[in-house]
Design a protein around this ligand. Structure first.
Ligand SMILES: [Zn+2]
Length: 70
């Protein structure tokens, strides 16, 4: 089982809510996200998670020069 957000390793946990019976869910060891079957069903219905928000190399924010001092 892999995390929907970061693809990290998920472990099974028992989640308790006040006044609710405990439900089994998943806890991500990498990003700490916790999902239960209900949350997971909602996320699958929506769009895919964004895995990589890093800027592509050579984008406008990169500073020119300052390299290769030899
Ligand atoms: Zn995660």
């Amino acid at each position: 089982m892999r995390c929907l957000r970061c693809q990290g390793l998920l472990i099974a946990v028992l989640m308790r809510d006040m006044g609710q019976p405990p439900v089994s869910g998943w806890h991500c060891l990498l990003c700490g996200a916790t999902t239960d079957p209900g949350i997971e069903a909602n996320q699958v219905k929506h769009s895919q998670p964004i895995h990589n928000r890093a800027r592509p190399p050579g984008s406008s924010a990169a500073r020119p020069g300052k390299g290769h001092v030899s």
